[in-house]
Design a protein around this ligand. Structure first.
Ligand code: ADP
Ligand code: TYD
Length: 223
């Protein structure tokens, strides 16, 4: 006879955590480690990513991440990324939060604030206006993984995928994005935690886990 596995624990109000930082900073590595660590504690975790995370948004993902770097203007990209995010929020993120789950999201609106808001001219106001009109939600907690742009780009390039439109903008863009993310951490101190991504993978993971546990402790977990 096999013992039945207890159902994963949910939180009374769910928790929404995003990971941000330049390409190659270690977001995907760290988000998977955090998901595993929280699941080991019996918590109900949804691991998702942007652009993507729902069927419609994954279709938009290939439109924005593949092909010629000049394929879209920054303005068109804002619309595409926001359309993808709206679908992701409706189909994946909001239902999971309402069910009391912990949603871990690899990039969210801060990436649009940075990449479309800063990379080709100053479009930050447009990004923020569209965000409040169509999305209107921020994560409860955002880990910004900080990393030297040269190291980040070398790590990202070593992956060899077809999703290289943004990596093809090069090191100057990476440096600008890094400075932008550091600025965001100051702009939203209540939800952003800056993480030094230059350390060993395990050390970064332990740091992120302890900060997450502290956040969860503010949410009562039903027994
Ligand atoms: P991102 O999702 O931010 O683009 P990844 O997690 O995909 O970054 O990491 C990019 C590459 O760098 C991967 O090959 C990964 O194994 C490696 N990597 C991630 N974190 C570290 C680290 N702390 N030290 C060394 N290499 C790392
Ligand atoms: P991602 O798959 O997270 O790439 P990486 O693992 O290299 O960090 O994201 C792909 C690219 O999409 C990344 O270069 C940043 C870009 N991006 C935007 O430009 N705007 C956005 O709103 C999002 C979510 C991503």
């Amino acid at each position: 006879m096999t013992a039945s596995r207890p159902s994963p624990l949910t939180l009374p109000s769910g928790l929404f955590i995003s990971f941000e930082g330049i390409d190659g900073s270690g977001k995907s590595t760290q988000i998977k480690l955090l998901a595993q660590a929280l699941r080991n504690e019996g918590l109900d975790v949804v691991l998702t990513r942007e652009p993507g995370g729902s069927t419609g948004a994954e279709e938009i993902r290939s439109l924005v991440l593949e092909g010629d770097p000049d394929r879209w203007s920054a303005e068109s990209e804002i619309l595409l990324f926001t359309a993808a995010r709206r679908d992701h929020l409706e189909k994946t993120i909001s239902p999971a939060i309402e069910a009391g789950k912990i949603v871990l999201c690899d990039r969210f609106a801060d990436s649009t604030r940075m990449y479309q808001g800063m990379s080709r001219g100053d479009l930050r106001t447009v990004v923020d206006q569209l965000h409040s009109l169509m999305i209107g939600r921020e994560p409860d907690l955002t880990f910004i993984i900080d990393m030297d742009p040269q190291v980040g780009l070398a790590r990202a390039k070593s992956r060899q995928t077809s999703e290289e439109r943004f990596e093809d903008f090069g090191e100057a863009l990476q440096a600008k994005m890094r400075a932008g993310f550091l600025g965001l951490a100051k702009e939203y101190p209540d939800r952003c935690i800056l993480i030094d991504g230059a350390r060993e993978i395990e050390l970064v993971a332990a740091d992120i886990l302890s900060q997450t546990q502290a956040k969860i402790a503010n949410h009562a977990v039903p027994s």
